[in-house]
Design a binder for this molecule. Structure first.
Ligand code: ATP
Ligand code: MG
Length: 426
């Protein structure tokens, strides 16, 4: 029989991977909590409309990357990103009366893309959303939070913050015409995708990864030259805030985000350590999003980071915390060993009891789980109501009454410095 395999573009998170993911998520959650962002969870399943209306009919995600899971009157899809669902939840939950809202989320996202390094069909994100704040200080806050998160996981130094403004609607309308005029003169040189976008959504062409397009884009007029005064002032406000916080950033006038709902600030933390998939965290302002969903005009700004890409940057997974191995020597001690193991766990000390085996096998097991301490209980110890506590790094050991062992290990006691309680050696 052919053996079963995971679906293309999906990955198992075996313990080391899961530990790595957990480390990234914990760091993001902790950083978010410092800024007052509370965790929320939204369903993985959403109506396709949630994304169609907001990401735009011409976005890559909507045109070719969505996983549709049910075909009824209304399509249901696996969520490709987090923001639209969070904003939908804010509306559904009637939370637009209690703005501003500060939310953190994490979880799997799904996009039907060509799998490669740093690009999966099921991947995972952490993200934050600040909803109901129209001031540049909101943008500054979410970027500062991103900086603190990336510093916590030790990758900040290997990234650069690129930032741009997409202006307000008026800026984009003016620019759109200039851009279409320019690109139309080079229509024949454009990729098929981009030629189609020329009429429907020309700004999206700036995000094209096609080489020929990129050459044309390099010489294209820039949105930054067509900003209204208020859009320019907004961008200045964001940059002033970042400067006040000593957060360095590079202005990238070509940076656009691939989704319709963005306006004003767009930013990305990128690295050159991951090849083509160099964006580890990306975000921006989405003031029109809630209205696109049929809700009130409530502004928002946020970001999402790809956990897999961050994990690649971090490299080695953090170590597992080291347990205590309880080792009965001979059958008679098994009951006492089981009781002691449970007492350790109840007191919050991670403890491992091998299910079977002689002393040698059990010591090998202790080594395998990287135990810091072994507690040996043999016939002698049993008779004395004691256990031998052995530091597995130094080899030194002490015999202690069984009921003294839990408090000793809870207190983080060192075997070297401990009193040798009843004197007989094992
Ligand atoms: P890209 O240009 O790399 O396709 P994107 O603009 O589609 O990225 P966003 O929608 O902004 O990405 O998602 C935010 C982050 O999520 C990305 O910066 C990246 O780290 C991660 N990400 C996006 N798509 C994938 C994927 N298919 N596999 C792994 N991570 C992804
Ligand atoms: Mg993409």
């Amino acid at each position: 029989m052919k053996s079963l395999r995971p679906v293309r573009g999906t990955h198992d998170l075996l313990p080391a991977d899961q530990r790595q993911h957990r480390h990234v998520i914990d760091a993001a959650r902790e950083a978010a909590a410092l800024y007052g962002y509370e965790e929320v969870g939204t369903p993985i399943l959403e109506f396709a409309e949630v994304f169609r209306r907001t990401l735009g009919d011409t976005s890559d995600i909507v045109t070719k990357e969505m996983f549709t899971v049910a075909q009824g009157d209304e399509d249901v899809v696996l969520r490709p990103e987090g923001t639209a669902g969070v904003v939908r939840a804010v509306m559904t939950g009637g939370l637009t009366q209690s703005l501003p809202l500060k939310f953190f989320y994490s979880g799997p996202m799904f996009r039907y893309e060509r799998p490669q390094k740093g690009r999966q069909r099921q991947f995972h994100q952490v993200g934050v959303e600040l909803i109901g704040v129209a001031e540049p200080l909101g943008d500054v806050e979410v970027i500062a939070l991103a900086v603190q998160f990336l510093r916590r996981i030790g990758v900040l130094e290997r990234t650069v913050l690129e930032i741009n403004t997409l202006g307000d609607t008026q800026s984009r309308t003016a620019y759109r015409q200039v851009l279409v005029d320019y690109l139309s003169r080079h229509r024949d040189a454009l990729s098929d995708d981009s030629r189609q976008r020329l009429d429907r959504n020309p700004l999206r062409i700036l995000d094209s990864k096609h080489e020929g397009d990129r050459a044309l884009i390099a010489d294209a007029p820039m949105l930054g030259d067509h900003l209204t005064d208020s859009a320019a002032a907004f961008f200045d406000g964001v940059r002033d805030g970042l400067q006040a916080l000593d957060i360095p950033c590079a202005i990238n006038p070509r940076l656009v985000r691939g989704l319709d709902y963005y306006g004003h600030t767009a930013f990305e933390f990128t690295t050159d350590a991951l090849g083509a998939q160099g964006t580890v965290l990306a975000g921006g302002r989405y003031d029109g999003l809630m209205e696109m969903m049929g809700g009130p005009a409530v502004p928002g700004v946020g970001w999402a980071a790809g956990i897999e890409r961050l994990a690649l940057l971090i490299g080695e997974a953090p170590a597992v915390s080291r347990p205590v191995a309880v080792i009965p020597v001979g059958d008679a001690a098994e009951g006492e060993a089981l009781r002691l193991t449970q007492a350790l766990r109840a007191a919050g000390v991670a403890a491992d009891l091998a299910f079977r085996g002689n002393l040698k096998r059990r010591m090998a097991r202790a080594d395998k789980v990287n135990a810091r301490v072994a507690i040996l209980i043999g016939d002698d110890e049993l008779a004395a109501g004691a256990g031998t506590v052995r530091d597995l790094d130094t080899g030194s050991q002490r015999r202690m009454p069984l009921d003294a062992i839990v408090p000793f290990l809870c207190g983080g006691g060192s075997v070297e410095e401990a009193e040798d309680v009843p004197a007989r050696e094992a």
